[in-house]
Write a protein that binds this ligand. Sequence first.
Ligand code: FBP
Length: 263
Amino acid sequence: MRPFEDSPISRDGKVLILAYDHGLEHGPVDFEAVPETMDPEVVWDVATHDAVSGFAVQKGVAEAYYPSYEDDVNLLAKLNGTSNLWMGEPDSAVNWTADYAAELGADAIGFTLYGGANNEIEMAEEFREAQETAREHDLPVVMWSYPRGQGLKNDKDPQTIAYAARQALELGADIAKVKYPGSSEKMEFAVDAAGPTQVVMSGGSKTSDRDFLSTVKGAIDAGAVGLAVGRNVWQRENPAEFLDALEAVIYEETSVEEALSRV
Ligand code: FBP
């Protein structure tokens, strides 16, 4: 198995995953803030920024655009995903296999696990198949580790986030993508729980430049290796400048003030 640090989605051991699977997960409503982002090509162009170490998309968007971007973008194949039209218990259809992602040229795979959902068992079994196939292709595995479902009162509770990070380790993910539990100390608990599995912070809905950069800084200070972000980048009018600022906080470990001066 190739260490994650040597994989294309790592830049000096740090990670900035740009996610663009929202057209499936949330629907066109997410593109309203910056209507041009409805056009996948606009966001593929954003993903060519140096700060982006991996671009997470679903199969159809990969098939249609990756051949034109394979020299400039590292493809993170998000294998499962569900639409917001689904009203059942949290679950996520497996839309492509790790074998097919490897055939398309993917550099890593991504997979959601809804721990705590009624379908957790099936999702974990589906993850097993994807993870073991990814190992055969030497592809790093990123788990969107999102406890969710009827029994969960607060999905940002520090114990819950640490459990999510630990689940990613126990099931064999190289990277656990978890929500920010509210403070750097609480994030550190999750990083500790993940052991050798690296932790990245999940972006969430759009906030101010300062608030978002401060949260990312809190995650990096806690030992997270980076960020997986969608709306907080491409719902901005100036995504390239904001990526400059994220590059500063994540890769150069600058202060928030220094990063803000680049926006
Ligand atoms: P954001 O930074 O926009 O939250 O994107 C990250 C991501 O994990 C996407 O890959 C996915 O579409 C979305 O969040 C799912 O968010 P949620 O399930 O919380 O609505």
